[in-house]
Ligand binder design. Sequence first.
Ligand SMILES: NC(=O)c1ccc[n+]([C@@H]2O[C@H](COP(=O)([O-])OP(=O)(O)OC[C@H]3O[C@@H](n4cnc5c(N)ncnc54)[C@H](OP(=O)(O)O)[C@@H]3O)[C@@H](O)[C@H]2O)c1
Length: 327
Amino acid sequence: MSQLAERPSRHVVIGGGSGFIGSALANALIQRGDTVTLISRSSGEGRITWDALRRTGLPPCDVVVNLAGQHILDMRRRWNDAYRDEVLSSRIETTETLVQAINNSATPPAVFVSTAGKCFYGTRELDSADPVPELDEDSAPMGMDFPAELVGQWEAAAEGVDQNRIRHVKLRIGVVLGKIERKSHIGKLWRIGRARGFLPIIRLPFCLGIGATIGTGKQMFPWIHIDDMVGVMLHVIDNENATGRFNAVSPGIVDNREFTECFADKLGRRVRWSVPEWLVRAVVGDERSSILLRGQLVRPKRTLEAGYVFAYPDIESALSDLVKKTF
Ligand SMILES: NC(=O)c1ccc[n+]([C@@H]2O[C@H](COP(=O)([O-])OP(=O)(O)OC[C@H]3O[C@@H](n4cnc5c(N)ncnc54)[C@H](OP(=O)(O)O)[C@@H]3O)[C@@H](O)[C@H]2O)c1
């Protein structure tokens, strides 16, 4: 008997499901026979809006996932108070709205998957002689910065879900790597493929031959391939014993230098530069700079213990798959 026949089809509601991770998750769910409804700021087929959710409550469903959030590194926008407030409210208010709708539902979903970032673990200045602390799902933040405060508040907003009735899974997501494709010789530039994420943001300087490590390049870079991101989500949705915190990061963590050199190699470029820390701070602002300049050595301890097998456990296999020439 096929797996599809054994597993009843489910209705999954995804807040912020129109984005990079959400659309990959929705595709995977639909492919295996589940039904998906997105919660979005805009109405459309297969969607409900956040306002409609507040007014009419949660539609009957088996699983709720929240992925809504204004991108924190949108380089088209200047970092200011309005942008900062939007980053906070787009995560906290959507989470609170969903928690309320789930708790008020007469037939609540079996599972609520709330998401947050690896920035939960914070950053701190390390002496070069200090060992880099290893962080897993049981670790407290190693230091507080703006991204860690944001994630702390975001996670706290999800804690209100009624855990007597609903299995609550909390994901802490690393930098998600999606596909980029080079489609023709004409532009000689690596274009963004259908996927979004971190690689398209950093691709251009590499194409122009000025790809660089960031700061010292020694900061750890917790990453995950988009297929594994979806794989971890399906695993925790399907596994009835999965509850609590799970790190969605690859076991093959590397530092910024190793990541940068591997990425450049896949693009057929070389890394000759390093962006000084002062320039990163000037471009992205002090509050966000720790995302790029400081890292965390995050391990997916509970994710591995829960039996998830990573399809791309090392950066070489992940980038070989994601960076493709299609001519
Ligand atoms: N991608 C990563 O590397 C990564 C790493 C760690 C954590 N995360 C977190 O995972 C979540 C999903 O990431 P993603 O890469 O899929 O993000 P994304 O592509 O930017 O999609 C996020 C979705 O959130 C909704 N959204 C955006 N601004 C909003 C606002 N002001 N208010 C309400 N909803 C808003 C949008 O849906 P509508 O336009 O349909 O409303 C959007 O499609 C985000 O919260 C992100 O912080 C991502």
